[in-house]
Design a protein around this ligand. Sequence first.
Ligand SMILES: Nc1ncnc2c1ncn2[C@@H]1O[C@H](COP(=O)(O)OP(=O)(O)O)[C@@H](O)[C@H]1O
Ligand SMILES: [Mg+2]
Length: 424
Amino acid sequence: MGNLSSCFTGSSNTTHDEDVLPDETFTASSSGISGTTTSGKVLFSETSSSGNSGYSFGDNPSFGETIKLGPSGEILERPNLRVFSLAELKSATRNFKPETVLGEGGFGKVYKGWIDEKVAVPSKSGSKLAVAIKKLNSESMQGFEEWQSEVNFLGRLSHPNLVKLLGYCLEDKELLLVYEYLPKGSLENHLFKRISSMEPLSWERRMSIALGVAKGLAFLHCSERQVIYRDFKAANILLDANYDAKLSDFGLAKLGPSGGNSHVTTRIMGTYGYAAPEYVATGHLYVNSDVYGFGVVLLEMLAGLRALDMNRPSGQQNLVDWAKPYLSSKRRLRTIIDPRLEGQYSLKVAFELAQLTEKCLVSNPKARPCMREVVEVLQKIETIEDKQKENTTNSKRSTSANSERSGYHRRFPYHRNGILSQSQ
Ligand SMILES: Nc1ncnc2c1ncn2[C@@H]1O[C@H](COP(=O)(O)OP(=O)(O)O)[C@@H](O)[C@H]1O
Ligand SMILES: [Mg+2]
């Protein structure tokens, strides 16, 4: 959820505030699911007796059956979540021991814990599952709405590039969420925290992370009832053991416009440096406002620099303002690419990526590509890279064979010692 230290909240100059997903979700559904917590509070209430089973997002009557979206994503009819007791989560984290903290955002601290795995096979009972437990900080400006938003969205959306929410706890005013544990942590840590034990993320990994989260966003945007993520940033992208990327933190997620509207008007929330200019200026949130945030993260990965950094010289503190002009020239692009990536990419591919980044960052949300197009471009870039690798391997093979005969050496396609091959 928006990091409050760098997060902004404020009212838009419009009066139409739809930033109340939970109410929309629970009151408008044809038949909500019901559930109570151990503290007796009603979380999900029956809202109608229309006889339609299933609970829905917003005013969409009901998805009814489980909706499948593409081969890998689906919207579950109802959240399939476990209710945890506070005692269970205390014991999982050794009473929220500081040593178990994995990270912290605007909602509160996230702890690593171990819970009993509920398995079907009795002989396997007793095995423990690593989880991440997010606990509301009592001083946070966030609270029940953000918590409920995560339960509603993440509890029902299932996709390989979205983090899995396993359950929740609401007890004694404590709000907690329990997720699958992602061992490689956040993209933010990998890109910006100079930890000696951490290898810098390779070009290949950055590309696969970009494609992964692009697919996650495309899934949200292309669902029957569009979902706007609203807080796309490196800290909200988590990596599993294979560095596969997953979007986490649905605290600020919102349903997209309905009834032919192009945008929703809402309280302005998010994170400076990533939020789209039209949203910050007017409170008008478009599905494509997420595309802007995606462009900022692409730029961060390309440059290896944070979207905002007050420690940089003036004129360079805002990455987009500073680096955008460099994206349109192949020659100038080299100056802003993360030096840790030297030798790992071809300028041709980097330029393709720069052009995509530039398109995502245009001021007019309607002129930005949709996430499905972004996925296509990234897949095309992946294909170019695969071909280049293949060519390099083939040329190396033939070079070693030919060089013995003729001494011919094919030009290496990647830049060496910071000097880029013109052929790329
Ligand atoms: N499932 C998880 N596995 C590992 N680390 C996590 C997990 N969830 C969160 N974290 C860590 O905690 C940080 C804050 O989590 P986030 O969900 O963004 O919280 P907030 O809603 O407070 O912003 C992340 O940037 C990451 O470092
Ligand atoms: Mg967060």
